[in-house]
Design a protein around this ligand. Structure first.
Ligand SMILES: [Zn+2]
Length: 106
């Protein structure tokens, strides 16, 4: 796993924790993934970052509680159907959110 700041690889484990990640619905039901995540040390002397959490390519995004696919869906609902319409669509898709959480991507 590579440090997000300097790109240097690391396998030296600092700690482990579990993280919950909402994904797109399956079989008409909301999906919540529980991931076992490792926090790794960055051992580069020139890097300002000491530790970083590993990410799963194509599934997780840093600081997000949604899978990358669900995040994309939420952003598209915000762009195409701003506000209440977007929230309604996400409810139908079993990804219910408040009006304020359907935001335009920055
Ligand atoms: Zn680094």
């Amino acid at each position: 796993m590579a440090c997000p700041d300097c790109g240097r690889g690391s396998a030296r484990v600092h700690s482990r924790y579990s993280r919950e990640l909402a994904d797109v619905a399956a079989g008409g039901r909301a999906v919540l993934i529980t991931l076992a995540v490792r926090r790794l040390f960055c051992d580069s002397q020139s890097c300002g970052r000491r530790t970083f959490a590993e990410q799963v390519e194509g599934l997780t995004v840093r600081y997000q509680r949604r899978s990358s696919l669900l995040q994309h869906l939420v952003e598209m609902a915000g762009v195409l159907l701003a506000g209440r319409g977007g929230a309604r669509l996400l409810h139908v898709l079993k990804a219910p959110l408040s009006r304020t959480s359907v935001r335009f991507p920055s």
